[in-house]
Design a protein around this ligand. Structure first.
Ligand code: ZN
Length: 78
């Protein structure tokens, strides 16, 4: 299992200290996605706008996930 904070998932471009853990990168990313989608503050704005942007394509999504998968691979198991 690995654990990421909201900040780490947002590449330190905002976020908070909430932690998400799981066995799969996709699972942790979707937990954080739900958290960000339900946020209303400025700290989560960059990620929220990216997610809700109608011009945000599947390709952008995949590019983001490739980045996150790299972070995931670097992270130690807990
Ligand atoms: Zn957060």
């Amino acid at each position: 299992m690995k654990k990421f904070t909201c900040k780490e998932i947002m590449n330190n471009e905002g976020g908070c200290d909430m932690e998400f853990s799981g066995d799969e990168a996709m699972d942790v990313a979707s937990q954080c996605g739900k958290h960000v989608a339900s946020s209303t503050d400025d700290a989560h704005k960059p990620m929220r706008e990216m997610m809700l942007n109608p011009n945000h394509t599947q390709e952008d999504r995949e590019k983001w996930f490739m980045w996150f998968q790299g972070e995931w691979d670097k992270k130690k198991e807990i």
